[in-house]
Design a protein around this ligand. Structure first.
Ligand code: SAH
Ligand code: SF4
Ligand code: F3S
Length: 485
């Protein structure tokens, strides 16, 4: 029990932002049952591991963590109490039976689409011992059953608008762990966004495994009926009074349509930053990956985005050492990186995943080749990120402060370009500024962050235009970057 007499709930989240969103919704589902989130597993009444299956390393972590948790569970049992141990997320979906076999201490295993049923699962676990498995892809959508109330709202929040994937890239487990593509209706998304803003959220990141494939049912009474794409949804969200920043992730190059690209030029609320994974710069490898676009297609999209929003900062994911990748293919990836110039990026060694077509390709590459190629790519990407951060020194950027920084006396927030920005501030001043959008003069750049100082009142007024590529757009409340006093 916590001090307030509630049951202790600890959720550990692995993987992507969809899992971060799901974890917070699991806490929302369990709150009416008397569960309150705590910071660690020891002494908890319930522990949920919300897992990721994307690469081998990610899924291995689950079993080692379960080993550690067994000791905590035994400790509780020795005191005459119990700890409900649950495995959720993508490893649960992919390896449900296997988890119960390898880790008999686990009480519940459930996938990303069934956690709205948690109250029944918890009741079942209390009634009978042994592991319970719920890894359906149910006909009902969890979104229709999740509570409206959200616990613990911060300045920036995630909002899941789309789930699943029908693209079947040959390396990827997501279509198998998350299921078929599904978009939430526009009205449901707008309602959730309004609730978040009413609770104090200023920045919303729309989430989906393929977020720009969004095609949600148009709101009732909509003139043209049918469905809306992500671009149109963003225009509607930008009208919400009090919502200062919009982002979306993760996008597929194939779904960057005209309306979405135009939104980057016209909506000042839409931040000038886009994570647009390309994976490889070689057309041969892109075809083998089933990405359904060429390197040239990708470069043209980047060109159009930059035309719409000249200061847009780009990010990507890369896989090195895909089966059959030659030195020439790798060189093509390095060329594409040089041509685009990324503000930041994620890069991975190819990891064969059970059940995916690429895993059974014959030409798997040796680990040494993957290591060498990854090092080369990361050196180039690291230099680009450092140069981008360096180019921000001397600029004044609007920063949305979210939390205390890692070091005492620091407050941390994000720039429009997703960089983490710290300012030194006495603790008393920090609380007042959390959740505020402030002008910060950038004084120093580091590999993964920036440092700066708060600007004086007068300087603050001029920042909106300075940091937004759509500063010349209409000055309605929906399209102007606002800076709080
Ligand atoms: N939906 C997103 C990707 C989600 S997975 C998209 O389409 O871009 C996040 C990243 O993990 C991918 O972009 C890819 O770079 C990487 N990834 C996925 N499967 C992988 C594998 N088998 N081995 C290595 N990296 C992988
Ligand atoms: Fe995976 Fe490809 Fe779907 Fe992204 S688009 S989730 S990489 S299958
Ligand atoms: Fe991992 Fe599942 Fe996300 S596999 S990356 S947690 S969709």
């Amino acid at each position: 029990m916590t001090e307030s007499g509630k049951k202790r709930l600890f959720i550990k989240t692995y993987g992507c932002q969809m899992n971060v969103y799901d974890s917070s919704r699991m806490a929302d589902v369990l709150a009416p049952l008397g569960y309150e989130a705590v910071d660690g597993p020891r002494g908890a009444d319930m522990v949920i591991l919300n897992t990721c299956h994307i690469r081998e390393k990610a899924s291995e972590k689950v079993f080692s963590e379960l080993g550690r948790l067994r000791a905590f569970k035994q400790e509780r049992q020795a005191e005459g109490r119990d700890m409900v141990l649950a495995v959720a997320g993508c490893v649960a979906q992919a390896e449900g039976e296997e988890i119960l076999r390898r880790a008999p201490q686990v009480d519940l295993v459930f996938g990303p689409q069934t956690y709205h049923r948690l109250p029944e699962m918890v009741a079942r676990a209390a009634r009978s011992a042994g592991g319970h498995l719920d890894i359906d892809f149910p006909v009902e959508s969890k979104f229709d059953f999740l509570p409206e109330e959200t616990t613990g709202t911060a300045a920036a929040a995630f909002l899941s608008v789309q789930e699943g994937c029908d693209k079947f890239c040959s390396f990827c487990v997501v279509p198998y762990t998350r299921g078929a593509e599904f978009s939430r209706p526009v009205a449901a998304v707008l309602a959730e966004a309004r609730r978040l803003v009413a609770a104090g959220v200023q920045e919303i990141t729309l989430l989906g495994q393929n977020v720009n494939a969004y095609h949600g049912e148009a709101p009732e009474g909509g003139k043209d009926g049918g469905t809306w794409g992500l671009g149109r949804l963003l225009y509607a969200l930008a009208e919400i009074e009090g919502l200062t920043r919009l982002r979306y992730t993760t996008s597929h190059p194939r779904d960057m349509d005209d309306e979405l690209i135009a939104a980057h030029g016209e909506l000042a609320t839409l931040m000038p930053y886009l994570h647009l994974p390309v994976q490889s710069g070689s057309d041969r490898i892109l075809a083998a990956m089933n990405r359904q676009h060429t390197a040239e297609d990708y470069l043209r999209i980047v060109e159009r985005l930059r035309r719409a929003c000249p200061d847009i900062a780009l990010s990507s994911d890369f896989i090195v050492g895909f089966p059959g990748e030659s030195d020439a293919d790798h060189a093509a990836t390095l060329r594409l990186v040089t041509e685009v110039g990324y503000a930041q990026a994620y890069s991975f060694k190819y990891s064969p995943r059970p059940g995916t077509p690429a895993a059974v390709e014959e030409q798997q590459l040796p680990e040494t080749v993957k290591t060498e190629r990854l090092a080369g790519l990361q050196q180039l990407l690291g230099a680009q990120a450092a140069a981008f951060n360096e180019s921000c020194v001397g600029r004044t950027l609007p920063v949305l402060f979210e939390k205390p920084g890692r070091r005492p006396g620091q407050l941390a927030g994000r720039s429009p370009y997703m960089q983490s920005v710290h300012v030194a501030l006495p603790e008393v001043a920090q609380q007042r500024l959390i959740g505020k959008l402030m002008a910060v003069e950038i004084e120093a750049a580091f590999p993964n962050s920036l440092a700066g100082r708060l600007c004086l009142e007068a300087e603050r007024q001029s920042v909106a235009a300075a940091a937004s590529c759509s500063g010349s757009a209409s000055s309605s409340s929906a399209t102007t970057t606002r800076i709080s006093a």
